[in-house]
Design a protein around this ligand. Structure first.
Ligand code: KIV
Length: 275
């Protein structure tokens, strides 16, 4: 069944957990969709896991549209959420609406996600009023990595925890239909989850959120540059891939691949005429 913003709303009301995974290409999106995951996030984490940048700062609108459109072609039932990249909305309400519109028209997003609390509420309100569903993102927001001074757990002090709680209420009030909570203490995420009526989607935010999201390369063991504490490895696909690549090299160098069954035939008549 097609997942929409209504699915998210009803899941929270019924106490049913929501699932979200990232994807950045057609074939991965298809596999995730077929597995019945509620939502696919085309995260700007593609800067790290697909493009090899050390952070998400250099990711462009064109990157997000290019990968988003590929994912949208592969996702039949999952709700596709595309991240708004750094400086595509922070510069003002007009830019935010225009760029969110491009992610819908050119990237075929079902919703957009942007980072920040009260400071981006005018953008959330304007994008929502333009008919574009918005997911907010609080806690460790990677586009502010330079302001945080690194990948650090957020909301540990009274003031920081209060800000996250107030920001969650503010983004709901501005029109966001869900909020991602990244790298915050589990007890704080629980309090936020109980304090807002939109679903909270946790990543490094404990078990009491309304849903969970992971970067698919992390949960499949395909990305080894950095593995955060909150990741569970559900499979070792990276190891399987490396083994297969080695087997391929061996088979080609030993001449055991390709075999007869992989060949195309040419009739003897044609062949004779070539000599
Ligand atoms: O970019 C991303 O993949 C994200 C998730 C980590 C929530 O924002």
């Amino acid at each position: 069944m097609k997942n929409t913003v209504i699915t998210f709303k009803e899941a929270k009301q019924k106490g049913e957990k929501l699932t979200m995974l990232t994807a950045y290409d057609y074939s991965t999106a298809k596999l995730i969709d077929e597995a019945g995951v509620n939502s696919i996030l085309v995260g700007d984490s593609l800067g790290n896991v697909m493009l090899g940048y050390e952070d998400t700062i250099s990711v462009t609108m064109e990157d997000m549209i290019h990968h988003g459109a590929a994912v949208a072609r592969g996702a039949k039932n999952a709700l596709v959420v595309i991240d708004m990249p750094f400086m595509s909305y922070q510069t003002g309400v007009y830019d935010a609406v225009v760029n969110a519109g491009r992610l819908m028209k050119e990237g075929r997003a079902g919703a957009v996600k942007l980072e920040g609390g009260k400071e981006v509420c005018p953008q959330i309100k304007a994008i929502t009023e333009a008919g574009i569903p918005v997911v907010a993102h609080l806690g460790l927001t990677p586009q502010s990595i330079n302001a945080f001074g690194g990948h650090k757990v957020q909301g540990k002090t009274e003031a920081a925890a209060k800000k996250i709680l107030e920001d969650a209420k503010a983004v709901e009030e501005a029109g966001a239909f869900a909020v991602v909570l990244e790298c915050v203490p589990a007890k704080l995420a629980e309090l936020v989850t109980k304090s807002v009526s939109i679903p909270t989607i946790g990543i490094g935010a404990g078990n009491v959120c309304d849903g969970q999201v992971l970067v698919y390369q992390d949960m499949l063991g395909m990305f080894s540059d950095f593995t955060p504490k909150f990741v569970r490895r559900f499979a070792n696909v990276g190891e399987v891939m490396t083994e297969a690549f080695k087997e391929y090299c061996k088979a080609v160098s030993e001449g055991t691949f390709p075999e007869k069954k992989h060949e195309y035939t040419l009739s003897d008549d044609v062949l004779e005429k070539l000599y």
